[in-house]
Write a protein that binds this ligand. Structure first.
Ligand code: ASP
Length: 413
């Protein structure tokens, strides 16, 4: 009998994880079997995430520096930048419009009141995050001593340093061939490590999903059912219809081919709720399965993983309108425009870690005077929603790399 492919193993792991999670939640939170299993699942799941994080920083650094440096060879370097940033802005705008549209149409939260959640809100202290302060913080986090950034795992600062070093390698040209070669080899080695780590993915993903499913609070999910349905429905619409359609129209790649090639990364994103931790897997999928050239993938994907977050942008917009409904506040057209822009900034500024979007959402709420404590209502259900939006965040980076590749290669033939 042939051993199933890694892709199939991951799928089996994911299904096993969901089934076991459901079984444990039926057994009850306090049953010894649940507690022991959750402990074991925690160990295995964290081990998998730690391994991905171990390789993340060397991978991001080398990939972006080499990516930018290799764009030099690309006659269309300028077009790569424009196409990449243009795609990020366009796809996030579509996502936010969908989020706002769905929330206006279905009005989740209407008929409910903040009062109903008094207990949840009580004692919750939201950290103030006014826009100017957020902007200052964001700017401050861009440039850092590279050694600190590498050592402490500040992904955004590592990306920025990698970008600048890559540009310096382009400007310096031939003289620095050895440095580039070294970085290139380090990148190859990091990708080799990712290949090894992925062999554990079926177990890691199974463990993470067991925990995700078994620890959901079903009553709470039911209370906020309509909001959850609106967010999940719209996120899925964006991820399953809009983005693949865009890919098909621009690059002629069928959704089936895309999902087949990106499955490992999507399932990993779903299970880890972290675009950063998934980055090694997305890069691997883009290059090996989706045939995106390294110079494009290693530029677009790490950059996208830090700033391009459609799922998060969509969620921030929809959640703001939900909270407005709970608070009985009608947001005018202009206010919704403010939500549009702040949701985009908040999504761009959110790091690729679990529930990061909830933190930056404070800014969106404050921008239109909504009660920030209401976030306390959303926190307990965030793990579930985060899984979906992270998968879409990762998907749009891979789709972006394929679209950019098509846009910049086409004229050259
Ligand atoms: N968890 C998301 C990510 O890593 C960010 C978010 O919380 O929206 O992409």
């Amino acid at each position: 009998m042939r051993f199933p492919s890694l892709n199939t193993q991951i799928l089996l792991g994911a299904m096993g994880g969901v089934a076991a999670g459901l079984a444990l939640s039926a057994a009850g939170k306090n049953a010894p079997v649940t507690q022991h299993s959750l402990y074991a699942a925690g160990l295995v799941g964290n081990l998998f995430i730690d391994l991905l994080k171990m390789v993340l920083i060397p991978l991001v650094f080398t990939s972006i520096a080499v990516g930018v440096a290799n764009l030099r060879a690309h006659s269309q370097m300028h077009r790569v930048w424009v196409a990449t940033l243009g795609f990020f802005a366009l796809s996030m705008s579509i996502a936010i419009v969908l989020g706002l549209g769905a929330a206006n149409l279905f009005e989740p939260g209407r008929g409910m009141h903040l009062e109903m959640f008094r207990e949840a809100i009580q004692g919750y202290e939201a950290k103030q995050l006014p826009l100017p302060e957020f902007f200052a913080q964001f700017l401050h986090g861009l440039f850092m001593n590279p050694v600190t950034a590498l050592a402490e795992g500040h992904v955004l600062a590592v990306v920025v340093f990698g970008l600048i070093l890559g540009i310096a390698l382009v400007v310096g040209g031939e003289r620095y061939r050895n440095v580039l070669q070294f970085l290139q080899e380090l990148l190859d080695l990091s990708l080799m490590l990712v290949g090894w780590i992925m062999r554990l993915a079926p177990f890691g993903i199974m463990a993470l999903l067991i925990r995700l499913v078994a620890t959901q609070d079903v009553t709470l999910l039911a209370t906020l059912g309509k909001f959850i349905m609106v967010v999940l429905g719209t996120t899925l619409l964006h991820g399953v219809v809009v983005l693949p359609l865009l890919l098909y129209l621009v690059a002629g790649v069928t959704p089936l081919r895309f999902f087949r090639g990106s499955r490992e990364a999507l399932v990993t994103a779903f299970a880890t709720s972290s675009s950063s931790a998934t980055l090694p897997v997305s890069l691997r999928c883009a290059e090996q399965n989706l045939h995106v050239k390294r110079d494009i993938a290693s530029f677009v994907i790490p950059l996208g993983a830090t700033v391009n977050m459609d799922g998060t942008a969509l969620y921030e917009a929809a959640a703001a309108l939900f909270i407005a409904n709970l608070a009985g506040i009608e947001l005018s057209g202009v206010q919704q425009l403010v939500v549009f822009f702040t949701a985009m900034i908040a999504a761009m500024g959110a790091p690729g870690i679990p529930s990061a979007g909830m933190v930056t959402m404070v800014m969106v709420l404050q921008s239109v005077g909504l009660p920030v404590e209401a976030i306390a209502i959303l926190l307990p259900i965030d793990r579930l929603l985060d899984a979906f939006r992270t998968a879409v965040n990762v998907e749009d980076d891979m789709i972006g790399s394929m679209i950019v590749q098509k846009l910049v290669r086409e004229p050259a033939g």
